[in-house]
Write a new protein. Structure first.
Length: 400
């Protein structure tokens, strides 16, 4: 299939995303059949990636976006970008190096560290298990991790960052003075059980973003399925969705040839450190096209039912006013008119990532950078403004 629509016609259509909101009208029933976690799930055919370079309207969009990225490259951007609209790629570019020392350029198969965008996968895995009745997100964490030392915290509080836990990257070095040796999720929970770091606030009284929450969720996946988190993610999410360039990072295993190296802004290679062995909060490597497959799987209901997806998109913290909120694995912008923008950003070892989903009209913006550049977080709003031809509405901004 080829993309054939008028830019003049689609522009006001896209701009309606900040004027009105509705849920996807295609409702499907929740899955009822469970699967065994040592069986091979059915594998779907990867979604075709089509970009119609012959369309005059597409060339007009491409021209404007190319000029935009000429400026971003001069400002230091090194990475990949993909823009998808209703299941079709309308813009895809890679700028710069995957491995600068070896002279390897980025391409459409280049996989970078997603950093905190990995949380969308961890949250998706937990919701998959919830939907198939392998766990209950309203249960206490201790049901699945008996050594967890905080009896009042539930799985949902981890998902929504309302647990009150402190970040393991802050308290771990206070007990073990070793910055360079990677630890594992098991070491993290063992240390937590032993030293019982103080909570920062009473559970479920407010929101505070904390990586510990999602590292614990990865442990819950392992305890429930009796599989390693990387194996579960590969066998039940990545492979079934055709994400052939997506994997969980292991500091003890060499990166595959399609994975990018990580740099600071001055092109200094980032070194492995203690937190690199922990996954769930980060650790997923993926390409821009694979991220679009992940995005489209929610519209196609390949992994989760409509009911579960709508639950994931529901804001969960209301102590502070404003449009920003957090659901079950997703940041979101909830505008007064009812419209939502579902997104997540990431930042780790020079990798800045941005994943914006305008769910009303199935418009997606993926930006993956492997050279430190905080400007990446403002690209999605600017791209949206280019597509619409209007200033971005107040409140549509981004953060890590």
């Amino acid at each position: 299939m080829h993309l054939r629509f008028s830019f003049k016609l689609v522009t006001p259509f896209l701009c309606l995303m900040l004027l009105a909101c509705h849920s996807n009208s295609q409702m499907v029933s929740a899955r009822t059949n469970s699967v065994g976690f040592h069986e091979s799930p059915l594998r779907t055919i990867p979604m075709p990636m089509v970009f119609d370079t012959l369309s005059a309207q597409t060339r007009e969009i491409t021209y404007k976006l190319d000029r935009f990225y000429e400026r971003e490259i001069k400002a230091g951007f090194n990475g990949s970008v993909l823009i998808g609209y209703q299941g079709r790629i309308i813009y895809e570019r890679s700028f710069g190096y995957a491995n600068r020392e070896a002279g390897v350029l980025l391409d459409h198969n280049s996989s970078g560290q997603l950093a905190s965008v990995s949380k969308t996968f961890t949250g998706g895995a937990i919701l998959y298990l919830y939907e198939h009745k392998y766990l209950d997100i309203n249960e206490k964490v201790q049901k699945y991790i008996p050594e967890f030392p905080y009896p009042a915290i539930t799985v949902k509080m981890l998902l929504t960052h309302r647990s009150g836990l402190s970040d393991y990257s802050h308290w771990y070095l206070g007990h073990i003075n070793d910055f360079s040796t990677p630890i594992t999720n098991k070491i993290m929970i063992d240390m937590m059980a032993k030293f019982k770091p103080a909570l920062e606030f009473k559970p479920d009284t407010r929101f505070k973003y904390c990586n510990t929450n999602y590292a614990l969720l990865a442990i819950i996946v392992e305890r429930v399925t009796d599989m390693s988190f990387p194996d579960f993610m590969s066998n039940y999410i990545f492979k079934p969705l055709g994400m052939e360039h997506t994997f969980i990072y292991d500091p003890n295993v060499p990166l595959p040839p399609f994975a990018t190296q990580n740099y600071d802004h001055g092109w200094k290679r980032q070194q492995v450190m203690f937190a690199d062995g922990v996954y769930g909060d980060k650790g997923v490597y993926s390409s821009a096209e694979d991220m679009y497959r992940w995005d489209q799987s929610f519209y196609q209901r390949k992994l989760l039912s409509n009911e579960t997806i709508e639950m994931a998109y529901g804001p969960c913290s209301f102590e502070k006013p404003g449009v920003k909120n957090y659901g079950l694995g997703w940041r979101m912008l909830c505008f007064p008119n009812g419209n939502k923008v579902i997104y997540h950003n990431g930042w780790w070892h020079g990798n800045n990532t941005s994943f914006y989903r305008f769910i009303k009209d199935n418009l997606t913006i993926v930006v993956l950078g492997n050279r430190f550049d905080k400007g990446i977080y403002s690209q999605a709003p600017q791209i949206y403004s280019i597509l619409c031809g209007v200033p971005v509405e107040k409140g549509f901004d981004s953060e890590d």
